[in-house]
Design a protein. Sequence first.
Length: 299
Amino acid sequence: MPKRYSTARGREFGERLRAAIAQAGMTSRQLADLLGWQEAKVSDMVNGKGGVTTLELAVVLGVCRVPESEREYLLGLFPATELNGWWQPHGKCTPVRSHTAHINLAAAKTLVSWHPHAIPDLLRTADYSRHLLAASATVPATELDERLRALHGMQELLRNGLDCTFFIHEFALELQVGERDEHVAQLQHLMRMANWKKIRILVLPAAVGAHAGMAGPFTLLKFPKYQPLIWTTTENSSLFVEEERAVEGYETVVQALNEISLDEDQSMKWISRRYVRLQESEGAEDLIREDEDEPFPPL
């Protein structure tokens, strides 16, 4: 069955408009009755099939008492709902919560994520995430807790049966973020997540040298009804790539990463060995600290 034409902009517009109608305490039928429309017209509007003018949309938003900021956002988004690809500049830093990413993650069936120098967002512990956010040169310290809550909300989407493959470079696993015990806890978390039925974690060994994923991190999302897209972020922008040939290019990168990464069992053995080494070295350091105040033994 062919995929239904849909865009990231259109899906976000529809989800936010449905939320506005629900928050007004109405169903699509009730809204249609209030406006004197056919219910099919409301359905077409929220599903991005057109059939309404900007003025009619403004009336809907007014009837639903949508706050001004959300109203202006939806009115600005409405004319562009059929455009493929979406670069979102955010100013100084990314927003606390990416509505676009959240909506598309919730709709996706398959996720493939690659990160060359950090644990992917969806697999991070709260401590790991907090240290990364605190190290940022642009994220306000006052937003840390709110950003952690938003990230947790994204991570909860993994419970919806999303089929996930995460590629992680060896260097990202070796990098200690936070205290040693927090690093150990992050490795433990990865091992627990790898036990989930629909989560695969694959380690890319440093020994492979140069590889196809060196251009940077990205996430490939595939949907039951829509065309796939690529989601990637920079310091202060988000990019959703939907053009077919561009997505195919990223899929080629995924194939290359799959060929050079360790398989699931090998990856878990690698992470387990790293975990054990950290535990053993921690015990050794404790012994050294206990002896620090003792005099040197005679030669």
